[in-house]
Design a protein around this ligand. Structure first.
Ligand code: LLP
Length: 419
């Protein structure tokens, strides 16, 4: 359930007509709904109501906008960050350092040091080498870093290959069969307080069986470590819960996910940590675009829109589906290819799609664009960086300005010897 609904034949974001925002800010533009963000944050937490001790860390990578982070902070969420930049965003949004988890396969020395200085609550280590380095830096600073070891359980999440992270050949975590020995060695290092295990097998997960299998393996590892006298008080179960991208699609939601977690983890006696991203932000945002023109094609017309793969990369990268709807639908339908203006064929959002009939000048949206949308935008073809708007009831505001090409190339320099 989201707050982008038709009222009297026109699409609204909460109580604001989408057209009003598009005419004021221009297109393309992302529009987020505060009520939807809050609802999803609440529903995810409620799904885990049977988990006694939990820590919710919003995956900043899914939508790092400061206004979005502020909403989630007020919902009691900490953050899962994967770079110094994301860490600074979470801190700037007011999230307490101790509620921040630092994940990521390639944390640099500099990032580790900065995160230690900031007092980050937990480091999710991706290798023994990273643990040794973190221990050294912490000891030199006279600090102790709380850490979890990310384990690769070799479980196929059944999602798109490019967003699958838990198979043996994926770069993430340490191999399951080596995890025990590494954990024991890291537990003995000065500067490091090993407190748990972490796992994350992929994103846009639509079947809970692989997660159940992975968490079951993690429970076995936890018990084996405890039996040897190691401390394991925290179990980070990652993020990954999928969202419906097509109207009417039924997927396991937070309720089913929570029931599975409660079942698998019963008797664990650990703080369970979660890193949800998409399930909170996905349906909280749309990308608004204007139709530039409709061009005849051989099999179907091309609807050429002013949003492109640089604004929303998911269809080009993962063949992802985003529902497309007119802001003022007439009730008529057409079959069309939806394409952006960028000069390559990967700038295609949909082929032979049954859509609302649109013509030049009409506004339309891609739905479920709140996660991995604006944050993956770039300026290819010297296009502007897409702006973002937050709606709250009948109020709305620009929460990220459009960054024009001139601003971007103002950072470029032509040395004397080229002039
Ligand atoms: N925790 C870790 C360690 C992760 O790597 C990720 C996502 C998450 C949590 C959050 O996962 P979520 O709940 O959002 O599924 N750009 C891709 C998705 C990449 C996900 C990367 N890791 C897309 O547009 O589908």
């Amino acid at each position: 359930m989201d707050h982008f609904q038709l009222r009297n034949g026109e699409l609204y974001a909460e109580d604001v007509p989408v057209e009003r925002i598009a005419r004021a800010v221009g297109t393309p533009v992302y529009v987020y709904s505060r009520a939807t963000l809050e609802r999803h944050a609440r529903v995810f937490r409620e799904g885990l109501s049977d988990v006694a001790h939990k820590h919710l860390a919003f995956a900043v990578k899914s939508n790092p906008n400061l206004a979005v982070l502020g909403v989630l902070k007020r919902q009691g969420y900490g953050a899962d960050v994967v770079s110094e930049g994301e860490m600074k965003r979470a801190l700037t949004a007011g999230m307490p350092a101790e509620d921040i988890v630092f994940s990521g396969v390639g944390k640099s020395r500099r990032e580790l040091a900065a995160a230690l200085e900031a007092g980050i609550g937990q480091f999710n280590l991706e290798s023994e080498e990273e643990g040794v380095e973190l221990a050294e830096i912490a000891a030199a600073q006279g600090r102790t870093a709380s850490a979890a070891l990310r384990v690769n359980p070799d479980v196929d999440a059944g999602t798109h290959a490019k967003i699958s992270t838990g198979k043996a050949d994926n770069k993430f975590g340490v191999a399951y069969h080596q995890a025990g020995a590494i954990y024991r060695r890291l537990s003995g290092l000065e500067g490091l307080a090993m407190r748990g295990l972490a796992v994350h097998i992929g994103s846009q997960i639509t079947n809970l069986d692989p997660s159940r299998a992975a968490f079951t393996k993690m429970g076995e590892l936890m018990r084996a470590l405890r039996a040897e006298g190691c401390t394991v008080t925290h179990m980070d179960l990652g993020g990954g819960l999928g969202v419906p991208y097509r109207a009417g699609e039924r997927l396991p939601g937070p309720q089913e996910y929570g029931a599975m977690i409660a079942d698998v983890t019963s008797g664990w006696d650990a703080v369970l940590m979660f890193e949800p991203g998409r399930v909170i932000t996905g349906n909280s945002g749309v990308l608004v675009t204007e139709v530039i023109r409709v061009k005849p094609g051989v099999t179907a017309p091309f609807v050429v829109i002013d949003a492109a793969m640089n604004d929303l990369a998911r269809p080009a990268l993962y063949d992802a589906w985003h529902d497309f709807m007119a802001v003022q639908p007439t009730g008529e339908r057409m079959s069309a290819h939806i394409v952006g203006p960028i000069c390559e064929s990967s700038d295609t959002f949909a082929t032979n799609r049954d859509i609302d009939t649109v013509k030049a000048g009409d506004l339309a949206v891609f739905r479920t664009a709140g996660a991995y949308g604006a944050t993956m935008a770039n300026t290819y073809n010297s296009r502007a960086l897409v702006p973002e708007v937050m709606v709250d009831g009948d109020k709305w505001a620009v929460v990220a300005e459009r960054i024009e090409p001139e601003t971007i190339f103002a950072a470029e320099r032509v040395p004397d010897w080229l002039q």
